[in-house]
Design a binder for this molecule. Structure first.
Ligand code: AMP
Length: 395
């Protein structure tokens, strides 16, 4: 049988990322991004092999963008696509793994939309468009939350009245599951440890950030909660704040819930702390130039990350390694170094040269002699979605 090709699609409210994954090739034959969808500035960027191109598609929506992408994907796969894998943000308690999309699955994703009002509807738009354009191709939904459905109840329940959980689904779900799952399996491969007998702390640090405790291939706890706002300091998200902040801001500033949501989700995090940018690269440069806000944002980011990792360690019977991933985790040697300085009790020691070496896609171990393992592992959510799609096709 020739190597199979999966088209992986990740729809946001006005954007769509895509990648063609070939099961035997390390790089993607085709990948791209459609952005500003639904506006006159809609544009499609793609890379076919080494060749980068863009096309203005004024007014195009997700469906129209996919009409451009699907023939390209067919061509790039030599006329044979095996399946389409969709990233879906919220699977609620219904989905404990990936699944082939049918009417029942579509309804369940729709039912979970109230838990992710910005994301699930956009994911559904993408799924409906590909079902329409490719009705005969198997389509798979891979959920950000599903990997965390193995958390024990004492880790996923909030201490709030029971009916809020039983009748209104108020509990911790966790996100970034595809990434935590992928990097922990890669770390097991890199170190020669069996997945089913290895324990990891993972830190996915991108625009969104979360930590996870993984025991024998299963998530036991994670820092994000009912929504992706809980936990770490992120690019524009506050992470944990005192829940009474809402009533305080309402009383003192007269802010509505929408204004508070906006402030905590879009104007906070390292952007809010620095007053400068949500981008860790910009902050790193500004910090070197002596910008106090950038320095504070960096310090708070690293300290809160270390605190979260120490808390996650409660879920582990042993520690085989700490894994950094995501744009910041894979590239920022200073963030890794500062975070480990706060975790002295774990006896982490860094090999500074190895830490500097592991950037821009370079994976490796960065601990010094006598320290527990610390790994940098580039994440690859597209490949993980493709792998899970292939598993379902084979089943
Ligand atoms: P992601 O969401 O995984 O693409 O990650 C985006 C984040 O990674 C942004 O905050 C970027 O500034 C950050 N990032 C990418 N490259 C670097 C770098 N060399 N140093 C620090 N942060 C970086």
């Amino acid at each position: 049988m020739s190597a199979r090709n999966i088209l992986v699609i990740n729809c946001g409210s006005s954007s769509m990322k895509f990648a063609l994954v070939n099961e035997e090739q390390a790089t993607f034959p085709l990948q791209g991004l459609a952005e500003r969808l639904g506006s006159p500035e809609a544009v499609l960027h793609w890379q076919l092999g080494d060749n980068k191109q863009s096309l203005e598609i004024p007014g195009a929506d997700h469906h129209a963008a996919l009409q451009h992408v699907l023939p390209m994907a067919q061509d790039a796969s030599g006329g044979h696509l095996s399946a389409i894998g969709h990233r879906v943000v919220h699977g609620g308690e219904h989905f404990t793994g990936s699944c082939l999309i049918n009417e029942e699955v579509l309804n369940a994703i729709r039912d979970n939309a109230q838990l992710a009002p910005l994301h699930n509807p956009a994911n559904l738009v993408g799924i409906n468009a590909t079902l329409d354009l490719f009705p005969d191709l198997p389509q798979v939904a891979v959920f950000d939350t599903a990997f965390h459905q193995t958390m024990p109840e004492y880790a996923y329940r909030y201490a709030v009245p029971e009916f809020l959980y039983k009748e209104h689904s108020v509990r911790r779900y966790g996100f970034h599951g595809t990434s935590h799952n992928y990097v922990s399996k890669r770390a097991a491969e890199m170190t020669g440890l069996p997945v089913e007998d290895s324990c990891w702390l993972t830190a996915h640090l991108g625009n969104g950030c979360s930590t996870c405790a993984i025991v024998n291939g299963e998530s036991r706890d994670t820092s994000m909660g009912m929504t992706p706002l809980e936990g770490l300091v992120m690019g524009t998200r506050s992470g944990d704040v005192d829940p009474n902040l809402h009533s305080y801001l309402n009383r003192t500033l007269g802010w509505s819930l929408e204004q508070i949501d906006r402030a905590l989700n879009h104007d906070s995090g390292i952007k809010g702390l620095s007053g400068l940018s949500n981008d860790m690269r910009t902050l790193s440069e500004a910090r070197m130039a002596g910008h106090p806000g950038a320095n504070l944002a960096f310090e708070v980011f690293c300290y809160r990350l270390a605190k979260s990792l120490a808390a996650m360690a409660c879920a582990l019977p042993k520690l085989d390694g700490l894994i950094f991933t995501g744009g910041i985790g894979e590239n920022s040697a200073p963030v890794r170094e500062r975070t480990l300085e706060h975790l002295k009790l774990f006896n982490f020691k860094l090999d500074k040269a190895a830490n500097e070496r592991c950037t821009r896609g370079v994976a490796g171990e960065i601990q010094a002699e006598g320290s527990p393992r610390v790994l940098v592992v580039p994440t690859n959510e597209e490949r993980q979605i493709a792998l899970e799609s292939l598993e379902l096709l084979d089943a």
